[in-house]
Design a protein around this ligand. Sequence first.
Ligand SMILES: Cc1cc2nc3c(=O)[nH]c(=O)nc-3n(C[C@H](O)[C@H](O)[C@H](O)COP(=O)(O)O)c2cc1C
Ligand SMILES: CCCCCCC(=O)C(=O)O
Length: 399
Amino acid sequence: MATRTTTQTVATIPHQFGNVRQRQVYTDGFNGRRPLVPASSKLLELQAKERMSPDAWGYLSGMDETMEANIAAFRHWSIVPRILRNVAQRDLSVQLFGQTLPVPFLLAPIGVQKIVHPDGEGAVARAAAKLGVPMIPSTAAYITLEDLAKTLGDTPRWFQLYWSKDPDFNASLLRRAERAGYTAIVVTLDTYYLGWRVDDIQNAYMPFPLYDGLVNYLTDPVFRRSLKQPPEKDRHAAIQLYMEIFGNPSLTWADIPFLRQHTKLPILLKGIMHPDDARQAVEAGIDGIIVSNHGGRQVNGERAAIDALPDIVEAVKGQVPLLFDSGIRKAADAFKAIALGAKAVLLGRPYLWGLALAGEQGVEEVLQNFIADLDLTLALSGHTAYSALDVSALHKEPV
Ligand SMILES: Cc1cc2nc3c(=O)[nH]c(=O)nc-3n(C[C@H](O)[C@H](O)[C@H](O)COP(=O)(O)O)c2cc1C
Ligand SMILES: CCCCCCC(=O)C(=O)O
């Protein structure tokens, strides 16, 4: 099967993938069939919007101002290609926490994916596993972290923790993630409340009453013990408890040791936008930082994430790896974030748009396109490895 061959190609020779895929698209025309998803992220977004229910679309969009700013701000930097540098052999891999990731991106944690497609996270995990692209399942997934781990097989996986008000439940999730072979913990710190999302309010839409989206809670022994009746007997009480404990606005830096006490895995904090917070994270012994404004879904009017990255790079001084997300729509965005100092980036909404359009295969095509674009962008800019990029590959544009 043509797609299967491509898949193996990515896993084994990622440095040539851009050309391979381009040849496949131009000469074989995907074995005579049209692509399932557009290669253009703008078209991908438009088609996904047409396919999705207005409620789900509103939820995915979140807020407008910062989301748009995230994308526009990539224009503050441009790539300056170099020539005659022998770029015939290229390396897309990056080393993180002792692991080699085949490509410099991971799939961002995104909750409640079944609102987009009935196969939800399962389809995403299968596509990720085919291509060996690392995935970060959300606490708020529709499929348990254990089942997603089985689907992912050898593909690197990190677990995203929503740090709830119940310490025993948090400890239980961390234990489960370790047992299920996750190799890092991503603690999201910008979502103790959901932001003021006007589309959801207008549509009277919030996905969290969807009982099925709480499987990591419903299957957890600690969560179950806190209920008077099993959730299967009293769904309402389970949902109430979930809503009560989901976010913890009382957390402070003094709580960070709790994480260390309950996991041996590398811990990354997601949602850092201020250099002082980055410094404090390093002082607290955190292993990595994800510079992110949650895709502009939490604080409308917030600074574009890519604009926050250089100051954080400066503050952290290479003491721990930095990752980046919020607004990555094409390889050039990833290239810029990595040249500015991120080790790797998290891909967010675009893979959900692929999911909305064509399930597992849609996600797979989005990822293939992204990898091919990454490879060609590297080659045509005159570089051979993402791990060796630095800010000299960019020009800062006057704003
Ligand atoms: C629908 C949706 C749900 C999300 N759910 C989570 C989540 O469960 N946990 C989390 O840490 N981040 C979550 N995020 C944020 C993403 O991890 C990531 O930060 C964001 O999508 C990046 O912005 P971008 O998609 O515009 O590139 C979600 C984002 C979206 C769009
Ligand atoms: C149904 C649970 C909501 C989890 C939060 C998902 C999220 O992070 C988001 O931005 O939305």
